[in-house]
Design a protein around this ligand. Structure first.
Ligand code: ATP
Length: 262
């Protein structure tokens, strides 16, 4: 297998907290893969380990066969959880995208003519051309998501990593973003994302990893989203409804409706 990512016996975490131990994981080049699991189970830590931004306690992390700390800048595109971004920072959508070019360790922080053309082409493709000059704080959740996606794509990376790209946007935008990522993946880019939205994974992603401080299972959603595996991953609170080839994964907690305050 031609691996985009290869983790061997990796133990990682924080000062007094091992998040996962002796984890081995190989991701084939060209995969479009989602990582799901409960809050705090280590998904972001795993992404940061793959990106090489979080030091590991032990083990090795290879990207395209090379140690992660030696891959050239621009090889990996990263879209962080947008909840962690400071929106008061005074930048336009175009400037957010331009920031993606800084990873090339260039001296000038301005885009040249060809780079501006690339930014404009990408903005067209992602549907944010009309708001290129808008301050990022004045854009919608979906436009921000696309601005950060454009910033991650500007260097045409081999691997694109996204932390919860489906959170904080409406269902229509979620589907549009996932469709777009599917199209980008069809052009050959390996894409890895985390999400809490199992229904989005079931309907858009060809491969999924169920994670909980380690890999519970991985495979195609139709094989992986079983009561047994979801119970191992999340505990017993989910039910799966299958209808005409579609999945609905829902909370099993009874909903008690009242007539409101009396
Ligand atoms: N900077 C940090 N210092 C110490 N502990 C941390 C730090 N960041 C995360 N943790 C802890 O590591 C564990 C894994 O966190 P992580 O953010 O990887 O989980 P997650 O699955 O991405 O969660 P979520 O779905 O809520 O984003 C949690 O117990 C968390 O409290």
């Amino acid at each position: 297998m031609n691996s985009a990512v290869c983790l061997s016996n990796v133990t990682a975490g924080y000062a007094h907290n091992v998040v996962f131990a002796r984890l081995s994981l190989e991701i084939a080049a060209g995969r479009f893969l989602g990582i799901v699991g409960p809050t705090g189970c280590g998904k972001t830590t795993l992404l940061k380990t793959i990106l090489g931004t979080h030091p590991v306690f032990s083990g090795s992390v290879l990207l395209n066969g090379s140690p992660v700390d030696s891959v050239p800048p621009g090889t990996i595109g990263y879209v962080p959880q947008l909840g962690s971004v400071d929106w008061s920072f005074p930048v336009t959508v175009e400037e957010v995208i331009t920031m993606g070019l800084y990873t090339n360790r260039r001296i000038w922080p301005w885009a040249g003519k060809e780079e501006r053309e690339r930014i404009h082409d990408l903005a067209h493709r992602l549907g944010i051309y009309d708001c290129l000059h808008h301050h990022i704080v004045h854009t919608s959740g979906g436009q921000r998501q696309r601005a950060f996606l454009a910033r991650a794509l500007i260097n045409n990376p081999k691997l694109l990593v996204l932390d919860e790209p489906t959170s904080g946007v409406d269902i229509k935008t979620q589907h549009e973003v996932l469709h777009l990522l599917g199209d980008i993946n069809n052009e050959g880019m390996t894409i890895l994302l985390t999400t809490h939205d199992l229904n989005a994974v079931a309907s858009h992603l060809p491969w999924v990893i169920c994670f909980n401080n380690g890999i519970v299972a991985q495979g195609q959603p139709r094989d992986i989203f079983t009561n047994e595996i979801l119970t191992k991953t999340y505990g017993g609170d989910l039910v799966i409804v299958r209808h005409e080839g579609h999945y609905l994964i829902a909370n099993n907690t009874p909903l008690h409706l009242t007539n409101g305050p009396s």
